[in-house]
Design a protein around this ligand. Structure first.
Ligand code: FES
Length: 342
């Protein structure tokens, strides 16, 4: 691995990610199917072949030498530049029970959950990562953690309700108080990079705000001083379900700049702020963002559009961070109700 003395062998037919995990290396990953981009890394030397379609990798990312380690097999000796998670095992993926302590509807379509995890062993993660809720049949649903690690081992989530029998419908309408779910995590490679000299731009769409909320809460509490630009896009003002919190950050922290952007302000909104698609506002404000890091969280169409349009503003692929998953849109068939979760 680049900038380290770590060496390992990748077997024939084995992905680079699986080889690293087999040796216990804390490489970030998520879906393992080429869809989320969490295992992206730069191949500094050597050749890899993606054995299946690495759909979370754009052509410009490929041209920049990035690969998806979960899909990449070695075709020569390799040097790979990966930012490892903690090497003391703190961020190791594991399954734990999670009791629902708080279930609160905080907008017309968002429910806020607080889950109590077992106190015996801290559930450590990097703000921005996500967990999977496990189902009895082996299927899973992915949700970002909306809060930084806490001493009492509680995590928060913000789930958006979509019509059509979604998991969130179950959570809102049927899930009993104090339900116990089973979760697995932490997962993903979406966390704040240590780059104090580079302004960070956060672009959230809808409940894509959740992992960015966790990152910012942690960064602000740590006294982060780099410029932090938060752009939060939604349809109408009632979709900005924690607008006051973000505004308060802007008042309390001089390096935090908050720009809400509405794509379809309602007649009664009296909206005088930015309008359009959220990433287009970033393009207007940062016509040259070559010196910035950009963190994207939201529907795949937002992530793809922002990557494409900000690349034209000089954003480097290796300074663009996201986990592209589609949890907000999945449905939850009748037979998968998590009364059934292990
Ligand atoms: S873990 Fe490789 S793309 Fe998701």
């Amino acid at each position: 691995m680049a900038n380290s003395d770590i060496e390992f062998t990748v077997e024939d037919g084995e992905s680079v990610l699986d080889a690293a995990l087999r040796l216990g290396l804390p490489v970030p990953y998520g879906c393992k199917t080429g869809g989320c981009g969490a295992c992206r890394a730069r191949v500094v030397e050597g050749t890899v072949e993606h054995v299946h379609d690495p759909r979370a990798l754009s052509n410009s990312e490929r041209d920049a030498g990035l690969a998806l380690l979960c899909q990449a097999e070695a075709r020569s000796d390799l040097t790979v530049d990966v930012q490892l998670l903690a090497r003391d095992g703190r961020h190791k993926v594991r399954s734990v029970p999670a009791r629902v302590d708080v279930k609160e509807r905080i907008s017309h379509d968002v429910v806020h959950l607080v889950l109590q995890l077992p106190k015996a062993r801290p559930f450590d993660y990097l703000p921005g990562q996500y967990v999977d809720i496990l189902l009895r049949d082996g299927r899973r649903r992915s949700f970002s953690i909306a809060s930084p690690p806490s001493a009492d081992n509680r995590i928060e989530m913000q789930l958006r309700h979509v019509p059509g029998g979604s998991f969130v419908s179950y959570v809102i309408n049927e899930m009993p108080d104090c339900a116990v779910l089973r979760i697995q995590g932490p997962l993903g490679g979406f966390y704040l990079r240590d780059a104090p000299e580079r302004p960070a731009i956060f672009i959230a769409g809808g409940t894509g705000f959740a992992p960015i909320r966790a990152m910012l809460m942690d960064a602000l509490a740590r006294g982060e001083t780099r410029p932090l630009h938060l752009y939060w896009g939604a349809r109408a003002s009632h979709d900005l379900y924690e607008h006051e919190l973000a505004e308060q950050w802007g008042r309390d922290y001089p390096n935090l700049h908050y720009t809400p952007v509405l794509s379809e302000p309602a007649d009664g909104d009296g909206w005088t702020g930015a309008t359009g698609f959220v990433h287009e506002q970033v393009v207007r404000d940062f016509p040259d963002c070559s010196g910035c890091d950009v963190y994207l969280s939201g529907p795949p169409v937002l992530v793809e559009s922002a990557k494409r349009d900000l690349a034209d503003c000089g954003l480097r692929p290796e300074r663009t961070f996201y986990d592209a998953f589609e949890y907000a849109f999945v449905t939850w068939p009748e037979d998968e109700r998590p009364g059934a979760a292990r």
